[in-house]
Design a protein around this ligand. Structure first.
Ligand code: FEO
Length: 162
């Protein structure tokens, strides 16, 4: 189980890297509110990674830091960037669900309990990004609409560690 938790630590670190890359893209197209949103999301992903790090330590497992692969850096629009984020979150959700299944199979109750927080978190994250994607689809290329969404995204504040 420790090996699988280490692999997931890497998935969360990659998520942080991917969101940071999307933030950089948003800056490059002057969507600074969206860039801030993505940066905050990147920080949340680091917090997720640290939850795995600390849990592995608590279980007296050895933490193994694998290379973090290169994130996607280029997008054709803000919509495509958020769709990429959604695709990635769905991937993370399925990885979490696989971990839950493994923990159940191994009767590893401590890990199973630890993962429940992530099951809920994934639900919330996906719902949030789906909402943003829908708004972006609604406004399309409308500059005024995009600016409104960008302003709204920029009002996000940092989450406290859950
Ligand atoms: Fe930590 Fe967004 O998954």
């Amino acid at each position: 189980m420790i090996d699988l938790l280490n692999k997931h630590l890497n998935v969360e670190l990659f998520a942080a890297y991917q969101y940071l890359a999307i933030s950089a893209y948003c800056h490059s197209i002057n969507m600074n509110g969206a860039a801030k949103w993505m940066q905050l999301q990147s920080q949340e992903e680091l917090m997720h990674a640290m939850k795995f790090y600390n849990f592995i330590n608590d279980r007296e497992g050895r933490i193994v830091l694998e290379p973090i692969k290169q994130p996607k850096t280029e997008f054709s629009s803000l919509l495509e960037a958020f769709e990429a984020a959604l695709g990635h979150e769905r991937h993370v959700t399925s990885e979490i669900h696989n971990l839950v299944a493994e923990a159940l199979e191994r009767k590893d109750h401590a890990t199973h309990t630890f993962l429940q927080w992530f099951v809920t978190e994934q639900l919330e994250e996906e719902a949030t990004v789906v909402e943003i994607v829908q708004s972006l689809k609604l406004v399309g290329d409308n500059g005024h609409g995009l600016l409104m969404i960008d302003r709204e995204l920029g009002s996000r504040s940092a989450a406290t560690a859950g």
